[in-house]
Write a protein that binds this ligand. Structure first.
Ligand code: GDP
Ligand code: ZN
Length: 292
């Protein structure tokens, strides 16, 4: 019997589309997985037996590195956070929240500022600010194609999900990178009107230059993952880098004396808005602590 390893790209109605060697086969689950009713989701790597007519039988699900819940995708490495520079303007609190979420669940973030064509070609200070913090930053336009190749290059060799507010241009960027793909774009109300947000199954799309991307935005639920209050600072690179210089090792960088983080904010070395988002998210983490 011939076995192959492949990647589940779609799961629907008891069938699993598995890509291996450039070919997609419709597979069913065999053996113990059927009895255990283990969920097999896009992103899972599987071992399967070849059957006639481009079909197969999944014999083994290989160990997962990770699994996102909503959407359910296994082995995601990277999250592309898309913010629009105009219409709607960048929501910086949401951006910082998404960066914290990425850090807390162990995904590599890529920050994409889209719709630069609407900003008269002038992206403003945010790309440089986030770049200085060490995040990979891209400035794109799904309309003119600016930066789209660079984004596609970032997605190579990875399984990625997109995140960001509705209307930022996630679907448009995916369409721009994938010739032939026609994800619906438009305003939120238009999309709901067309039924886009009815139950959809996530699919992994293969990019022409390599890499896989989920066709449904991740992080649709914006609650922070379980974090302890002293962990939040590690999700802000400019705080993590200075926390060791605070007088108290337990410093939460609020009102504590001898706080190196506050000193850096006052000296203008840490962006004041980032710091205020840290304080806001810290309150949220403290409120949530009692729930777990
Ligand atoms: P999503 O909700 O994040 O998937 O956003 P969409 O891709 O649906 O885009 C929302 C709206 O913004 C649509 O009307 C798009 O045509 C428009 N749009 C997306 N990207 C760009 C861009 O780079 N420049 C301009 N001018 N409009 C864009
Ligand atoms: Zn401190």
């Amino acid at each position: 019997m011939t076995y192959r390893e492949g990647l589940v790209v779609r799961a629907r109605g008891g069938f699993f589309d598995v890509e291996a060697d450039g070919e997609v086969r419709r597979c069913v689950l065999r053996g113990k997985y059927r009895w255990r009713r283990q969920e097999v989701v896009p992103g899972d790597r599987v071992r399967f037996r070849l059957l006639p007519e481009h079909t197969g039988a999944i014999e083994e699900v290989l160990p997962r590195e990770s699994c996102l819940v909503r959407p359910a995708v296994a082995n995601v490495r990277q999250v592309v956070i898309v913010m629009s520079l105009a219409a709607p303007p960048v929501n910086r609190l949401l951006l910082d929240r998404l960066l914290v979420m990425a850090e807390a669940i162990g995904l590599a973030p890529v920050v994409t500022f889209n719709k630069v064509d609407l900003a008269a070609g002038e992206p403003g200070p945010l790309p440089a600010l986030y770049g200085r913090l060490g995040y990979p930053v891209l400035v794109t336009s799904a309309v003119t194609g600016q930066g789209v190749e660079g984004l596609a290059a970032r997605l190579q060799d990875n399984i990625s999900v997109f995140a960001g507010p509705s209307g930022a241009g996630k679907s448009s960027l995916l369409n721009a990178m994938l010739p032939g793909l026609r994800l619906k774009t438009g305003t939120v109300s238009e999309k709901i009107g067309r039924g886009r947000h009815t139950t959809r199954h996530v699919e992994l799309l293969r990019l022409p230059g390599g890499g896989w991307v989920a066709d449904t935005p991740g992080f649709s639920q914006l609650q922070l993952p379980p974090l302890r209050r002293e962990e939040l600072g590690f999700c802000f690179p400019e705080i993590a880098g200075r926390a060791g210089s605070c007088r108290f090792s337990s410093c939460l960088h609020r009102q504590e004396p001898g706080c190196a983080v506050r000193a850096a904010v006052e000296a203008g070395e840490i962006d004041a808005e980032r710091y205020s988002h840290y304080l806001e998210l810290l309150e949220e983490v403290i409120r949530a602590e009692k729930d777990y």
